[in-house]
Design a protein around this ligand. Structure first.
Ligand code: PLP
Length: 225
């Protein structure tokens, strides 16, 4: 039987450098389509909403080796649910949220892997630190001992040229270098979560280690979030 999802996954996977992790973004995607992706080898799924992920996790509970990634904005009052449901939270976008997650992770004794969401250009997407803001908050973030800060995440604005998009990703890579140079920090940035269906080639060129692909795997979404 022709399986377009498997076909696309094989095609993309073949082109990926071995250090790049493919996260299949399954927001608004049916669990049947997710099973197809699973059969084609996908073990990392990205969801943007806590509640949708909770429903799908129940329906897919027979697939125990999935790693779940939260990629959408998290309201602080859903922090507990988010830590319970997700292994990775890519969208930690403020000091407040980081501290809240840290507190709850301590309470429930589960350490989430997190990325800090950065916006390179002002206001282009609402959430996340600007680069100077993040550098300022690093010492406070460093005190969050119950979350494991593993990487930086960014979403490139849609209206940029290829050159500008590449530059955005390169600035994130450079920011990772700058943070690593602060060797007294406990924070170890080893991951760059960047690249979506329209720009993942550029992100990989700029050193991405985690790409978040939705439409290029599952086809067009019915509505955008
Ligand atoms: C929806 C979404 C993606 C996937 O986008 P596609 O264009 O479908 O690949 C990746 N990252 C985030 C944060 C998203 O919200």
């Amino acid at each position: 039987m022709y399986d377009p999802i498997a076909e696309r996954i094989y095609e993309i996977s073949q082109q990926l450098p071995s250090n790049v992790r493919l996260i299949a973004v399954s927001k608004y995607v049916s669990v049947e389509a997710m099973r197809q992706a699973y059969r084609a080898g996908i073990r990392d799924f990205g969801e943007s909403r806590v509640q949708e992920a909770q429903i799908k996790q129940k329906q897919l509970s027979d697939l125990p080796d999935i790693t779940w990634h939260l990629i959408g904005h998290l309201q602080s009052n859903k922090s507990r649910k988010a830590i319970e449901l997700f292994d990775w939270i890519h969208s930690v976008d403020s000091l407040n949220l980081a501290q809240r997650l840290d507190q709850i992770a301590d309470e429930i004794g589960k350490i989430p892997q997190v990325c800090l969401q950065v916006k390179v250009l002002p206001d282009e997407n609402k959430y996340g630190w600007s680069i100077p803001e993040l550098l300022t908050d690093l010492s406070e973030l460093d005190r969050c001992q119950h979350i494991q800060i593993r990487g930086l995440m960014t979403i490139a604005p849609l209206d940029l040229t290829i050159e500008q998009t590449l530059q955005v990703f390169q600035e994130i890579n450079h920011l990772g270098d700058r943070i690593r140079q602060q060797t007294w920090l406990n924070i170890h940035i080893s991951e760059l979560s960047m690249g979506m269906s329209g720009d993942y080639h550029l992100a990989i060129q700029a050193g991405s280690t985690m790409i978040r692909l939705g439409q290029v795997i599952f086809g067009e979404r019915p509505h955008e979030n």
